[in-house]
Design a protein around this ligand. Structure first.
Ligand code: CA
Ligand code: CA
Ligand code: CA
Length: 384
């Protein structure tokens, strides 16, 4: 059976690289008590995720509540509210430890109580200190009874409001997502629960400032505004890519079968990357992404099928690099880490078998004398 050699390789890189959580807050956390008021949540009382937030009070008199709500609202069972009882201007400020980097995304969910008939709910996004323009307000998301959600910011250098296309509906959960797309630019998407997303983008009202404060507040609402599930995520770290070739020794790949080789990139006991290569030829391209933050000595560990474990020493530089050929020695059919008489016996016992068999060490789709010869030629080989 002759098959054309297709130099196809499936690379299944298990993505260990994820966006970094900077800060989170959730009213369902055990730190919060239903019907309790908090003078600035995460501002000294009620803080449960101090890693990302500053414990700092806010203006006296602001008393955000934690309330139990019906699960039918799709907001969870406990939410933060801007506390309608306080009237116009209740604030629930969250200040981050430092300005969040470009590429970060802030997500949250919100809803205005269906009993409301007037007033406004805000998410005021601010810098840590006033910018060159003398102000700290970077943009203002506005939910107003009787109007669409809108963002007051700069568009083409002009301060104005821009509406989301999705209609604003009382009692409807809306999920927000704001990405810092550049030093002075943002993009925000609002998605009604079960509905279609609406996205707008613009510039911040300040220049050269980083977002550091998220202030959920209301003005004149005659009911509650709910919000919850606040999450601030930094950008995914950059990668360095290791490229090279995986060489499977003494193989022909003249049949249809392939061989799976697992790989890990280790630094000490830390796994920097892992995945597997499905080889359909004696030489397969390797391309492995490792976090760019990892530098120094590391090891690429390869193992699988009838091949001895191969450990390739590499020196991570933080930049892409070619690591050359990683050649794996054949013959360890039973996977003991050594090519010995037991491997020869196993091939002889499978003699004549057709198709995909580990004893078919040259991957010809037939166990024959050539396979016995290969195991004998590699006799004494050991795992790295
Ligand atoms: Ca092995
Ligand atoms: Ca063996
Ligand atoms: Ca064979």
């Amino acid at each position: 059976m002759n098959k054309s050699l297709t130099l196809v390789m499936a690379l299944c890189a298990c993505a260990l690289v994820r966006a970094q959580v900077i800060a989170t807050d959730n009213a369902e956390h055990s730190a919060y008590t239903v019907n309790a008021t908090y003078n600035a949540i995460n501002g000294g009382t009620g803080a449960w995720d101090p890693a990302g937030w500053v414990a700092e009070g806010w203006e006296a008199g602001d008393r955000p509540l934690v309330k139990a709500v019906s699960p039918s609202l799709n907001m969870g069972t406990q939410v933060f509210t801007t506390n309608a009882a306080v009237g116009g201007g209740a604030d629930s400020k969250r200040k981050l430890q430092s300005g969040i980097p470009i590429g970060s995304t802030v997500t949250w969910r919100m809803m205005i109580d269906p009993a409301c008939s007037a007033g406004e709910f805000y998410l005021d996004v601010r810098s840590g200190q006033p910018g060159s323009s003398g102000q700290r307000d970077m943009l203002l998301l506005i939910g107003e009874v009787g109007a669409n959600w809108r963002v007051y910011a700069k568009y083409g250098g002009i301060e104005m409001s821009t509406l989301f296309s999705t209609p604003f509906t009382l009692g409807e959960r809306v999920d927000g997502s704001m990405t810092i797309t550049g030093l002075n630019t943002w993009q925000m998407t609002l998605t009604p629960f079960g509905g279609s997303p609406s996205t707008i983008s613009g510039e911040f009202r300040t220049t050269d400032q980083l977002v550091q404060v998220l202030n959920f507040s209301n003005f004149g609402l005659n009911g509650d505004a709910y919000f919850n599930n606040i999450s601030v995520n930094g950008p995914a770290p950059a990668n360095q890519t290791l490229t090279g070739n995986l060489i499977l020794g003494d193989t022909a790949f003249s049949g249809a079968s392939t061989r799976n080789i697992a790989y890990t990139v280790m630094q000490g006991t830390t796994t920097l990357a892992s995945g597997s290569v499905t080889a359909s030829a004696s030489s397969s391209a390797l391309s492995i992404d490792v976090p760019a933050s990892a530098t120094g000595a590391a090891e690429l560990v390869l193992d699988g099928s009838s091949f001895l474990k191969r450990v390739v020493s590499i020196n991570l530089t933080g930049s892409n690099q070619a690591i050359g050929n990683a050649t794996m020695q054949n013959g360890d059919v039973d996977g003991t880490g050594e090519v010995d008489a037991a491997d020869i016996d196993q091939v002889i016992a499978a003699f004549g078998n057709m198709g995909d068999n580990v004893e078919d060490v040259d991957v010809s789709d037939e166990v024959d004398a050539a396979d016995i010869d290969i195991v004998i030629a590699n006799f004494g080989g050991m795992d790295d």
